[in-house]
Structures are given as C-alpha cells and as structure tokens.
Design a protein around this ligand. Structure first.
Ligand SMILES: [Zn+2]
Length: 156
C-alpha cells in the first residue's frame, strides 16, 4: 500500500465526530443490517462521499440493483478512491474495501457473481459509511456548460 492517508485521527476523535452506527461500521468494520440502509435502493444522481472524511468514493453512475440489501457499485468513481485488503476474519476470504483518504471501513468487494455489469464486480458498501451529495439540478448544469451568467446571485 503506497498510498498515504490524508486524514488521520485518533480513535477518540472518530468516536466524537461520528454517529454511533457510523462509528461502528467505519472504524470497527461492523456491517449494517441488510435492507436497512438509507441508500440501498437510491437511484438519485450524485456522488457518494465517505461519511468519515468527505472524500469522493463512488458515483450514482456505477450503482446498480444487486438485491443484496446494501448499496452496490460495480466500480469506484476512481480506483484510487479506495484501497482493498484481504480479510479472512470469518474463515472465508473476502476483500475489504476501505476509504483511501482516511482508512475507514466501507464494505466488501465481491467478483464473478454473474451480475450483468461491465466489471462483474460488486462493491457492497454500507449506507452509513456513505453520504450522497446530490448532483446539481440538470438545468443548472446545462446553463453552466453553456456559459450563461450566474443569475442566482448569492445565497441568503
Ligand atoms: Zn474517508
């Protein structure tokens, strides 16, 4: 692992900064119960950021319905966003997925399951490890691309 973590905090700091369930998943590698997470079936366009440090991890473009009970992605937004670690804690070898920026546990990576996705991989990620940053309104994005002046002014 050559990548250097950008965000380093003590366990005490993480515990203070995170909701208890997020702390249990992100920092203690717990798994939320299936079909309970807020993003399991979310299809809204946007970017999924790390709930611990805010780094961009996944986008809605690679999210797919796996029916496994957790948000599933066939690829990270960028391969450098996450790090992979072999985990055989339960006697079966699995690949753990962690945030590259802060080292927090996100979920696991499974491959070769036969999902009809470009990679045949499934990044099975806990909702509570993520925070969806919704894409701006499509109209606003189109206007920005067209070089139109910002008519919205400053926010109140
Ligand atoms: Zn992170």
């Amino acid at each position: 692992m050559g990548a250097q973590q950008k965000v380093v905090k003590s366990d005490q700091e993480w515990r203070a900064d995170l909701e208890p369930q997020a702390y249990a998943v992100l920092r203690q590698a717990a798994t939320e119960r299936p079909f309970t997470g807020e993003y399991t079936d979310t299809t809204a366009p946007g970017v999924y950021a790390c709930r611990a440090c805010g780094a961009e991890l996944f986008t809605s473009q690679t999210k797919f319905h796996s029916h496994c009970g957790w948000p599933s992605f066939y690829a990270p937004g960028d391969q450098d966003n996450v790090t992979l670690h072999v985990d055989d804690a339960l006697g079966m070898e699995r690949t753990e997925v962690r945030c590259a920026s802060c080292g927090s546990h996100l979920g696991h990576l499974f491959a070769g399951e036969g999902y009809q996705t470009p990679t045949d991989q499934r990044y099975c990620i806990n909702s509570v490890a993520l925070r969806l940053e919704p894409a701006p309104h499509p109209g606003a994005a189109a206007a920005a691309l067209a070089g139109q002046p910002d008519l919205a002014g400053s926010a109140d």
